[in-house]
Ligand binder design. Structure first.
Ligand SMILES: C[S@@+](CC[C@H](N)C(=O)[O-])C[C@H]1O[C@@H](n2cnc3c(N)ncnc32)[C@H](O)[C@@H]1O
Length: 211
């Protein structure tokens, strides 16, 4: 039945608020948002035709529990589509001398938190293990080129990476020093002002079916 029923789930209230605002701005009134955990979705079995998750499995420690829970709420024949980051293949260019260390620290932080920084590469295997079928895997970049896009990526990286909690975690666990963070901030600010600045976040994608 048109326009269909859509449900959005995230464990953070702030993300749900952002999603509600975006949905309202887009004029969508068929979406219900839930603060919830992907390990325990608030839906009955065999409910959905399609499930989509974007940049979530990379943060969820137990990939198989999450995928099996999504499988539970999909109808037989239902589709799961997922897009997850490949941190190793993401970059900013021209990169300052010390920026590779910043990417390495981001990867270690994500992993230390139980996440999967290269999840985009691992999707096909993870879906196979969870019992999904007809898997079609691919990849793509979110590519940043115009001044507006560079400014967005600069803010996106800076807002997260230089948060006091992130700096504290990285320094406490011996992954980086305050001096390194200061250096990285200088270099990412320089990158933003380069005429030749580009940046890319790499993603692996996969679509598959519940048998
Ligand atoms: C990188 S953000 C992606 C947000 C959004 N899906 C997007 O693509 O813009 C990762 C999101 O995963 C959510 N998340 C992490 N673990 C989760 C879990 N176990 N259940 C539900 N959401 C989770 C976080 O709250 C965060 O909003």
């Amino acid at each position: 039945m048109q326009p269909g029923e859509v449900h959005g789930v995230d464990m953070e209230e702030s993300q749900i608020e952002m999603a509600r605002t975006a949905a309202a701005a887009g004029g969508h009134d068929n979406i219900t948002f839930h603060v919830g955990n992907v390990y325990e979705l608030p839906f009955e079995d065999n409910y959905f035709d399609v499930a989509h998750c974007h940049a979530v499995l990379m943060h969820v420690p137990d990939t198989q529990t999450a995928l099996k829970e999504v499988k539970r709420v999909l109808k037989p024949g239902g589709i799961i589509a997922s897009r997850e980051m490949i941190a190793d293949s993401s970059f900013i260019e021209p990169a300052g001398e010390h920026m590779p260390g910043a990417w390495a620290t981001f990867i270690k932080l994500l992993a230390a938190n139980g996440g999967h920084p290269q999840m985009g590469k691992e999707l096909k295997n993870a879906l196979l293990q969870a019992g999904f079928a007809d898997i079609n895997a691919s990849g793509s970049f979110d590519y940043f080129d115009t001044a507006e896009e560079i400014s967005f990526l600069h803010a996106f990286i800076s807002d997260w990476f230089f948060m006091p909690g992130v700096v504290a975690a990285a320094t406490q666990y011996g992954l980086a020093t305050h001096a390194q963070f200061d250096q990285w901030r200088v270099e990412i600010d320089q990158w933003k002002d380069e005429n030749g600045a580009v940046g890319a976040l790499a993603f692996g994608e996969a679509i598959s079916r519940k048998p």
